[in-house]
Design a binder for this molecule. Structure first.
Ligand code: SAM
Length: 310
């Protein structure tokens, strides 16, 4: 048992009564001592506690010697939000202070709490953020990638088609990209990334603030071939450097494909354009087919000598 515990406990017990409202409490993503002093005060003083996982919050409070003193810990997560919100809203309406914590890190960041915070604010209640750990920002600060502009993308879709379309949508954004991913799917994500931009500097930040914290960094193609990638365990954040060159515009792409198709097969034109622009070959093949169809359609149309009025 921690020798400081009785002193800390006394300090919590004497904490002042909180103003009414919803308190969104960030909690550690690994090291329990990353909790903030204010988070401990609020957990100690709130009239009501709510958590994504009630056992996780009780365990955290236990580690830090924050007593429950008969207070209830309500469950509030993605699957019971609709059912659980009315009780929390009713408590707020009666002037209660509610502390809400997700499993780890900052609530609402790829975690529950958005609807609750929104409804509370719309109903005129005070919503307080208690800033603290977040895997996305911890990873960004360790990644060695530019931090002046970044975009948090959350989890990629799990299926290949959706993931590729999703990557295609965001990959050319002029910002450092931050993604959450499961270690079981990291290989698939890297292989999709290689299809689009194998040279993209990619960082895998693993087990942040924990004993086996690790940063793996390299080109997407290097990481995809990395022998450890398929064996990674724990929690990871993936970060992508911004694109080395801007994404080509649709017109520029079409013009180049037409040039190439004038002397190459559709397949070879798509292959060459894919190499030149660093875009997925299958997307360019599809676009080349569409362009070819358009051109043939126009050529096949009988020339009546009439204009379309423009
Ligand atoms: N709200 C949390 C936050 O602010 O950090 C994120 C919750 S999200 C459901 C969980 C994901 O965050 C994990 O799958 C992983 O991608 C990332 N993550 C959480 N803790 C991490 C850690 N210690 N190291 C690396 N990634 C972590």
């Amino acid at each position: 048992m921690d020798q400081n515990r009785p002193a800390r406990l006394a300090a919590h017990v004497e904490a002042a009564r909180l103003d009414p409202g919803l308190y969104l409490v960030a909690t550690p993503i690994g090291t329990a001592r990353d909790i903030t002093l204010r988070a401990l005060d609020v957990l100690n003083s709130a009239d009501l506690l709510a958590a994504e996982d009630t056992r996780t919050l009780r365990h955290l409070m236990d580690i830090h010697g924050v007593p429950l003193r008969g207070r209830r810990v309500l469950s509030y997560h993605d699957h019971n939000g609709e059912r659980a919100r009315p009780a929390l809203m009713a408590a707020l309406a009666e002037g209660a202070s509610i502390a809400y914590a997700s499993d780890a890190g900052t609530p609402l960041v790829a975690d529950p709490g958005y609807r609750l915070a929104l409804e509370a604010a719309e109903a005129g209640h005070r919503v307080h953020a208690l800033p603290g750990p977040s895997a996305a920002l911890a990873a960004l600060s360790l990644s060695g990638l530019p931090s002046d502009r970044f975009l948090f993308l959350g989890f990629p879709p799990p299926t290949e088609t959706a993931r590729r379309a999703w990557l295609g949508q965001w990959i050319w954004t002029d910002a450092t990209l931050i993604l959450f991913e499961s270690p079981r799917r990291i290989n698939r994500l890297l292989s999709d990334l290689c299809e689009i931009d194998p040279n993209r500097i990619t960082v895998v930040a693993r087990e942040l603030t924990k004993k086996f914290e690790e940063i793996i960094r390299g080109r997407a193609a290097d990481l995809a071939a990395h022998p450890r990638m398929g064996l990674l365990k724990g929690e990871i954040v993936v970060l992508l450097d911004r694109a080395a060159r801007p994404a080509p515009g649709a017109e520029q792409l079409d013009e180049r494909l037409r040039e190439l198709m004038a002397r190459l097969s559709v397949k070879d034109a798509a292959k060459q354009a894919s190499e030149e622009f660093g875009l997925p070959r299958r997307d360019l093949y599809q676009r080349a087919l569409d362009l070819g169809r358009d051109q043939n359609g126009r050529a096949d149309r009988p020339d009546t000598g009439e204009t379309d009025g423009r």
